[in-house]
Design a protein around this ligand. Structure first.
Ligand SMILES: NC(=O)c1ccc[n+]([C@@H]2O[C@H](COP(=O)([O-])OP(=O)(O)OC[C@H]3O[C@@H](n4cnc5c(N)ncnc54)[C@H](O)[C@@H]3O)[C@@H](O)[C@H]2O)c1
Length: 318
């Protein structure tokens, strides 16, 4: 089997995707691309290579040396960090992606998969049940790089026949690896603080509603899209993907059901403006129709699972 190369493999998504890929395709067939964070525990048990995605030669070397057939490109600077350092976000997100696209084209990679984000939408986009095809005028550097990334992916498919696939993740909630500087990080931090302190100060308003997804669904979506029959796909780098939508207040309430006495206060910061520019809910009917997307977790099921796993994790870390 040709190998799968995963860039940004120790991030929030990569650290959970890699074990699932190894389970399905075999440990030695998944090559982890490492940047600033080393893999820990079981994650360290498999092939890996240091790789800054801004270095095209290094990507070429890895693809050639290992006989890579598919690339899953996860390296990125996320929305909140991107607003604090827009130059870095442009550099990593644009140059990194362009390098990956070019190497994929030159070395005849069979499939290139990379996530986009709800950050492609902006203040002018319809907020409720946001359609797949709609206004893409984001107000963050992260969103701008994601729109360009989608357009490039579709261009490489049309122009060069490269099989590019991508989905617009909503905020991803998970307990294994902390998130990497996004606007929806509050929806993860709130669980940690609920267990540790029984209180949390949230950086968006109580009535802020955003689309979210639990990590097992996020992993399933990416793996299902990767396996979908190309002939069934009418979209390529830009599938809307939804699972659930809730306000910060509703999230706090769902935790209170499990941890009585938990309190949440709200002190919005610069991330409020980013959150206000994003949709409240997503129309993902294209993904459902073209490759059978169906999420499993709602808010209640996610909160129960998050708290159970996070409690165990935090106990072990003590
Ligand atoms: N987590 C979410 O809520 C979310 C939501 C929407 C979209 N996404 C997208 O999913 C993908 C993965 O996100 P994540 O949540 O795992 O992010 P993350 O921040 O946890 O991980 C990103 C990874 O990129 C790596 N990286 C940074 N600069 C690099 C460079 N120069 N070269 C190589 N690697 C570099 C980091 O080391 C990190 O491992 C990204 O494209 C992101 O935009 C994530």
């Amino acid at each position: 089997m040709k190998k799968i190369f995963v860039t940004g493999a120790t991030g929030q998504i990569g650290s959970e995707l890699v074990p699932e890929l190894r389970k399905k395709y075999g440990r030695d067939n998944v090559i982890m691309g490492l940047f600033d964070k080393q893999p820990e525990g079981d994650l360290a048990d498999g092939p890996s290579e240091k790789c800054d995605v801004r270095d095209k030669k290094k990507i070429e070397e890895i693809v050639r040396e290992y006989g890579v057939g598919s690339i899953i490109h996860l390296s990125s600077i996320l929305s909140a960090t991107g607003e604090q350092n827009p130059q870095l976000a442009f550099d990593v997100n644009m140059k990194g992606l362009y390098n990956v696209l070019e190497v994929s084209k030159e070395q005849s990679i069979e499939k290139l998969i990379y996530p986009s984000s709800i950050a492609v939408f902006g203040p002018d986009t319809p907020k409720e049940n946001t359609p797949n095809e709609t206004i893409l005028r984001p107000s963050t550097m992260y969103g701008i790089t994601k729109v360009a990334g989608e357009l490039l992916g579709n261009y490489y498919f049309e122009k060069f026949g490269l099989d590019v696939r991508g989905l617009r993740y909503p905020g991803i909630i998970s307990w294994k690896t902390p998130p990497g500087g996004g606007t929806t990080d509050y929806a993860v931090a709130i669980y940690y603080e609920a267990i540790k302190q029984k209180k949390y100060t949230c950086f968006v308003r109580e009535d802020t509603m955003l689309p979210m997804m639990y990590m097992p669904d996020a992993i399933k979506a990416l793996m299902d899209l990767a396996e979908a029959k190309l002939g069934n796909l009418k979209h390529h780098a830009d599938y809307n993907l939804g699972a659930m939508s809730f306000t910060a207040g509703e999230l706090a309430e769902s935790i209170k059901q499990e941890i009585p006495g938990f309190t949440c206060t709200y002190e919005p910061d610069f991330r409020q403006k980013i959150a206000d520019s994003w949709p409240k809910s997503i129309d993902d009917s294209a993904a459902r129709k073209e490759w059978g997307w169906k999420p499993e977790y709602d808010l209640t099921a996610m909160t129960k699972d998050m708290l159970k796993n996070l409690k165990e994790k935090l106990k072990e870390e003590k």
